[in-house]
Design a protein around this ligand. Structure first.
Ligand code: AMP
Length: 290
């Protein structure tokens, strides 16, 4: 695996790749890699000649300074993992490589969805995400780029962004990889202590059981729509009973337009999204109501 730290050396390597007419798959990450990240890289390896992974903890997408400072970093281990699965290129830029001094972020106001849920709770987050994705896409011009469904709102917005700028990069959605007890793998899980780690399973259990309740009602129902407002209220009340979890949001959205749903119409697709703090660690998860 080639490890590149600056844009010039990446550009040079890309010239050779393009000369050889090789397809490029790109997996942007913030490191502290786990099996979720590796699933994206493995998929890219299957579908492209060359796979590039980037590791960059992008400061502009953090609204909380402590979250940025405490974000897990483990580059030695990351490199070993990437070696083992034969990733072709690792790009690990510094802040100086990615941002000019005092750079102002661009106007990436592509949708109201940028201000909902993650966007509301973490102001500026999606502007930071789209800024860095745009910079990396502009540089690498990948044929395909791989993102996890775990960050559902992120991939929803990136797909919209790529469409808006008429980028030729195809966005590939990859399923959420979970631990045996259902907890979605996340770099932030490394910060949980043992008690918190056990408590964290509540996130998945909550959305999974909510999905089951809806599917059961769906089976019994003769109408083609069901009101979920009371069910949702009950569910939120239940989560509030756990003293070790501070709920940030619990929402059901219509995946087509990302609107909040108070009822389920049977031939449409919906997703349940949750964010909660376990201690000071904020975790997110989501599940499709299929
Ligand atoms: P991050 O390093 O957290 O920015 O994540 C980099 C990419 O990995 C994003 O596209 C995430 O959605 C994806 N990802 C993170 N966790 C998981 C997971 N548990 N399963 C699948 N993909 C994931």
């Amino acid at each position: 695996m080639k490890t590149l730290k600056n844009i010039d050396s990446l550009k040079q390597t890309l010239i050779d790749i393009r000369k050889n007419n090789q397809s490029i798959g790109f997996v942007p990450t913030m490191g502290a890699l786990h099996q979720g990240h590796l699933s994206l890289i493995n998929k890219s390896k299957k579908e492209n000649d060359i796979t590039i992974c980037s590791i960059y903890v992008n400061p502009t997408q953090f609204n909380n300074k402590q979250d940025l400072i405490k974000y897990p970093r483990n580059i030695e281990n990351d490199i070993a993992m990437l070696h083992e699965i034969h990733c072709d290129i690792l790009f690990v830029p510094s802040n100086e490589e990615m941002y000019a001094r005092n750079e102002q972020l661009g106007d990436y106001n592509i949708s109201e969805v940028m201000n909902l849920l993650e966007g509301e709770k973490r102001p500026g987050h999606f502007t930071g995400v789209i800024t860095i994705v745009h910079k990396l896409f502009h540089l690498i011009k990948p044929h395909r780029s791989y993102f996890g469904e775990k960050d559902y709102q992120q991939i929803w917005l990136i797909k919209l962004f790529v469409k808006k700028i008429k980028s030729s990069t195809k966005i590939i959605t990859c399923p959420t990889i979970r631990d045996d007890d259902g907890l979605a793998l996340s770099s932030r899980n490394a910060r949980l202590n043992l008690t918190q780690r056990k408590a964290a399973t509540i996130l998945f259990q909550t959305i999974d059981s909510f999905k089951d309740q809806i599917l059961k009602i769906k089976k019994r129902h003769h109408n083609n729509r069901i009101d979920i407002s009371i069910l949702k209220y009950e569910q939120i009340k239940m989560i509030h009973q756990y003293s070790f979890i501070k709920l940030d949001y619990f929402e059901v959205i219509d995946v087509e337009n990302f609107s909040f749903a108070t009822e389920i119409v049977f031939n449409k697709n919906y997703r349940i999204l949750i964010a909660a703090f376990i201690g000071e660690i904020r975790l997110i998860d989501n599940i499709l109501i299929d």
